[in-house]
Design a protein around this ligand. Structure first.
Ligand SMILES: Nc1nc2c(c(=O)[nH]1)N[C@H]1C(S)=C(S)[C@@H](COP(=O)(O)O)O[C@H]1N2
Ligand SMILES: [Mo]
Length: 526
């Protein structure tokens, strides 16, 4: 409210406000410069960390299924470019408004640029492929966006004190035009450069997926729909790649191409081998359905997933290389410097089915799951067997060399422990009176599950109904019905493997060789 005592704030004159057109333009230019700078850093460092593309991927991930299906039907393979162009239009509109809101002071625009920057940051941070160094691209993007906006704003704002002379106005205007052109050109160069730099790995993945579709692969049997109870709360039998659990110590996801890949098998072997990606494609390719598990998975945890892996039989390769007697460890190294040792006796078991994998669920390995080549060994925890981005395998002894996690207190051999998990009821659920349906998963790779039992409130064990068997290398879903009275209840489960050995009740932490104990869920019935 104004009072007569206080002098009126002078109304800003036309001269101390940025003309509308320029205000909108500097908003648009800054909001273009930001993701362009992010794209350049991402191209240099880690292609998946481009904030603009990450936002696009996030939109796709959180779009309702029907919308993405519609987009595919309407735009075909152009669905993603259409989305990215649509985002550009929305961004330009927001940016123009932000500029218009900042005709006197830069703050409103700075806030809008910062909020957009945070969106990009969040999209990168929560991408399935996130690795620590990925924070750099969205950070640079945000800093460039804010910096450019402040810089152009200062140049566009007419001087507030006194009328500027005509020649003054001219040079100022020329400076503003030059600065704007510089920002526009810089953005185009940065975005294009970044996109080019980062293209190699993505193009290579697409090419591998396409080549694989044309190659003969010995397919795994189809998964029957009766192999899972997703309607009861179990996972789907095959885990979509984007949901597949992920564990690694990579600072950035390697952006190797398939063409550039090679791997040496050497050390205690008769015939040293050097394999290229094409060498792998020339060998018999086989698809195997495998449930991978992480040794860090606590009882009841979700560091376990299942996929159809396509690859080359690792035992066959090692037989060709001719492992010398005494070599008890296959020591594999990743291009990012991680390394582990796998027991040779396990790899050489005739039925083990260890793979040098190149594809997962019908496409080339996703970058974060080891593109172009990784190991997968049924029945062993990932830390002793599942080297992603593999580039070297040395046959040696456990006495001579220790893997990354072995040096950090984890055990030498990592057989997966027989386990079960209760997915329903959820912990602390309150259920209506009447029938309670329990469901979950159990696993005991590579031999498989023979039986799952469930009990409530420490009562008698009841045998659960098992879903259709897919094989020993995968999880097995189960379900059981109970009629329970009102009150709080405790449910436990225990799995028995195909050899009749029941999972231990003894609880153990994940360190050093995997968690054990019966999963327990507390819930209440009304
Ligand atoms: N290069 C590399 N490979 C790795 C790891 C790693 O840190 N670096 N982690 C291992 C661990 S502990 C597990 S459980 C599996 C997980 O594979 P995923 O991320 O594809 O699920 O990868 C293994 N392979
Ligand atoms: Mo792991």
């Amino acid at each position: 409210m104004r009072t007569t005592e206080l002098p009126d704030r002078p109304e800003p004159t036309a001269e101390t406000r940025i003309p509308r057109g320029w205000a909108a333009l500097i908003g648009v230019l800054s909001v273009a410069a930001a993701p362009a700078a992010g794209q350049l850093v991402a191209g240099l460092l880690s292609p998946a960390s481009s904030p603009y593309l990450a936002v696009g991927d996030t939109v796709i991930r959180f779009s309702p299924h029907r919308l993405t299906e519609f987009a595919k039907a309407a735009f075909g393979t152009a669905d993603k470019p259409v989305l990215l162009a649509g985002m550009a239009v929305v961004l330009a509109a927001v940016a123009a408004l932000a500029g218009l809101a900042s005709r006197r002071r830069p703050e409103p625009g700075v806030v809008v640029v910062a909020v957009l920057g945070l969106l990009g940051f969040g999209a990168v941070l929560f991408a399935p492929s996130f690795a620590p160094l990925d924070v750099l691209a969205p950070t640079v993007a945000m800093a460039v966006g804010i910096g450019v906006f402040r810089w152009l704003h200062a140049r566009a704002l007419p001087p507030g004190d006194g009328p500027a002379s005509a020649s003054d106005g001219l040079t100022r205007r020329a400076l503003l035009v030059r600065s704007s052109v510089a920002v526009a050109l810089g953005s185009v160069v940065a975005a294009a450069g970044g996109a080019l730099l980062g293209r190699g790995a993505a193009d290579s993945r697409q090419a591998v997926t396409a080549r694989l579709a044309a190659l003969p692969v010995e397919r795994a049997p189809a998964i029957p729909p009766t192999a899972a109870f997703p309607e009861l709360g179990t996972p789907s039998f095959l885990t979509p790649n984007a949901d597949f659990y992920r564990i690694d110590v990579a600072l950035r996801i390697p952006d190797e191409t398939a063409d550039g890949w090679s791997m040496r098998i050497h050390g205690m072997v008769e015939n040293e081998m050097e394999l290229t990606f094409d060498d792998l494609l020339r060998r018999p390719l086989v698809e195997r359905t495998i449930t991978m598990a992480c040794v860090s998975n606590p009882v009841g945890g979700d560091l376990i997933s299942t996929a159809n892996f396509v690859g080359v039989d690792l035992r066959e390769l090692l037989r060709e290389a001719g492992v010398r007697p005494g070599a008890d460890q296959a020591f594999s190294t990743s291009v990012d410097g991680w390394y582990t040792g796998t027991p040779v006796d396990v790899l050489m078991e005739p039925d083990r089915g260890a793979l040098l994998a190149i594809a997962m669920n019908g496409e080339a390995l996703p970058p974060e799951h080891g593109f172009p080549v990784r190991m997968v060994v049924p029945g062993l925890y990932g830390y002793v067997s599942a080297t992603k981005w593999i580039v070297d395998m040395e046959l040696t002894t456990f006495a001579a060399k220790a893997g990354y996690w072995l040096r950090r207190g984890w055990s030498e051999r990592g057989p997966i422990k027989t386990q079960s998990r209760i997915d329903r009821p959820r912990g602390f659920a309150s259920l209506p009176a009447g029938r309670v349906t329990a469901a979950g998963i159990a696993w005991s790779q590579p031999d498989g599950i023979g039986r799952v039992e469930v009990r409530v409130d420490g009562g008698a064990w009841r045998e659960a109904e098992l879903a259709t068997d897919v094989g020993g290398d995968t999880w097995r879903m189960w379900r059981a019905d109970f009629d329970l009275g009102p009150g709080s209840h405790t449910m436990q489960s225990r799995a028995t493997d195909a050899n009749g050995v029941t999972q231990t009740e003894v609880t153990a932490d994940p360190v050093p060789d995997g968690a054990s104990g019966w999963p327990t869920v507390l819930f209440s019935v009304a």
